[in-house]
Design a protein around this ligand. Structure first.
Ligand code: GTP
Ligand code: MG
Length: 200
């Protein structure tokens, strides 16, 4: 357990990149399709019940949500993507916002890609992998909601996803995780320590 992350506080929701906090220090962003469990992961990792908003309507929040851990470190809850009910105009807006953030944000030092262990590697996840490759950003995959599967089934998915990402030319790490059952929190905290403390 790393209580540093428990101090996280909400900064703001940015509808445009120009509304983001100053591009200083380091930022780790949580990405993943709508309903994957990004906001729940941020809450579990910070040991707070309602820091990041959990919505019952997937894909509604189309903003970058910033949280500060301290004056040099932040989390970003990226807008969910890939939900069928979202109209094209909103999808395009999402794409523009994500692309501008992911390609230009200097403080961004790593991506936590959250995938529902029952639906891994959607085309939207591959889009994220591509953006990470473009920026050479370290990628950590959280296969979440493992409480919905047996350990054996989750482990099989873990191996499949590892294999599929093997050829990606990036530092990629993958783990099983559950916000609900608090499985894998220490592993994520260690990974965050590494990302935030890397020199580059
Ligand atoms: N069983 C189980 N449910 C989870 C877990 N994590 C999240 N959920 C549920 O999944 C739903 C979506 O979770 P969110 O954290 O809001 O997902 P999100 O990725 O932030 O979704 P968007 O904000 O729409 O992009 C909620 O009903 C959560 O309670 C988990 O580890 N286990
Ligand atoms: Mg969310």
């Amino acid at each position: 357990m790393n209580p540093v992350y428990h101090q996280a506080k909400f900064i703001n929701s940015a509808p445009h990149l120009s509304d983001a906090p100053s591009d200083q220090g380091k930022e780790v962003a949580f990405a993943g399709r709508s309903n994957a469990g990004k906001s729940s992961a941020i809450n579990a990792l910070t040991n707070q019940n309602s820091l990041a908003r959990i919505s019952k309507t997937p894909g509604r929040t189309q903003m970058l949500n910033f949280f500060e851990i301290n004056d040099r470190q932040r989390f970003v809850d990226l807008p969910g993507y890939g939900y069928a009910k979202v109209p094209d105009a909103i999808k395009q807006k999402w794409h523009k916002l994500m692309e501008s953030y992911l390609t230009s944000r200097k403080s961004l030092c790593g991506i936590i890609l959250v995938m529902d262990v029952r639906h891994p590697l959607t085309e939207f996840d591959w889009q994220m992998v591509e953006w990470c490759q473009y920026r050479k950003l370290p990628l950590h995959v959280l296969l979440t909601k493992t409480d919905k599967l047996t350990y054996g089934a989750a482990k099989t998915t873990l191996l499949q996803v590892k294999k599929a990402l093997n050829d990606v030319n990036l530092p990629v790490t993958i783990q099983l995780y559950s916000s609900l059952k608090k499985v894998g929190i220490d592993e994520v905290h260690q990974l965050l320590d590494q990302l935030f403390n890397s020199t580059e």
